[in-house]
Design a protein around this ligand. Structure first.
Ligand code: CA
Length: 205
């Protein structure tokens, strides 16, 4: 019972903050996107406040390798920072509007830059999450010749094993050659013996 009460308290603590920040975040994206694209503002929210929950879910239920967990952890931090930055920026612009100021060019530049950085970091993180292990493996140099695996057509570790293999393969051949040689010698020996015997036997008168 106490455990469920604990969960309830966590939800009570999180929901108002998430809603308060989330509304400012979505307003930030609504202000940044052009009138035709304002329906996309909730997608922008997935880069910030929504992303926090998504990446917590990935960390808890999807990330298996250490790298995937590290990426998810970093992304939770990135999303929290992004959420605070966009929400605070929106509060700032609201205050500016209320005070009768227009957004300056540099304000708009900062807003688009912020969105761009968030989008790029998310792209990289998703790629690392999906194929990070394979990408790292491709850039490793397993045989230590200085050529990364992805463009190293030849695995030098095979060469290191090959001389031994060749010796193993040649040994029976050498044995055969020795046997042939021995057979030849013994045949020669028999012939010489026969000749000797022939000489030693005195010719019959
Ligand atoms: Ca290599």
């Amino acid at each position: 019972m106490k455990r469920y009460l604990g969960y309830f308290m966590v939800v009570v603590a999180i929901v108002p903050v998430a809603m308060f920040l989330g509304m400012h975040e979505i307003a930030f994206f609504t202000n940044t996107f052009s009138k035709d694209n304002q329906a996309l503002a909730p997608l922008g929210y997935m880069l910030t406040g929504g992303g926090v929950f998504v990446w917590i879910g990935i960390l808890l239920w999807n990330a298996k390798s250490g790298m995937q967990k590290a990426v998810a952890l970093v992304m939770i931090c990135v999303c929290v920072v992004g959420a605070l930055a966009t929400a605070l920026f929106n509060m700032y612009t609201n205050t500016m509007y209320d005070a009768g100021f227009e957004l300056t060019k540099s304000d708009i530049k900062s807003m688009t830059l912020l969105i761009g950085v968030l989008a790029i970091v998310h792209m990289v993180a998703l790629i690392m999450e999906l194929a990070g292990e394979q990408i790292i493996q491709a850039w490793r140099d397993d045989d230590g010749d200085g050529i990364p695996n992805w463009r190293d057509k030849h695995d030098n570790r095979q060469d290191r094993n090959r001389p031994q293999q060749q010796q193993n393969q040649q040994r029976p051949v050498n044995q055969n050659a020795n046997e042939v040689h021995m057979a030849e010698l013994s045949r020669e020996n028999d012939r010489l013996k026969a000749e000797n015997n022939h000489k030693e036997t005195p010719p019959k008168a």
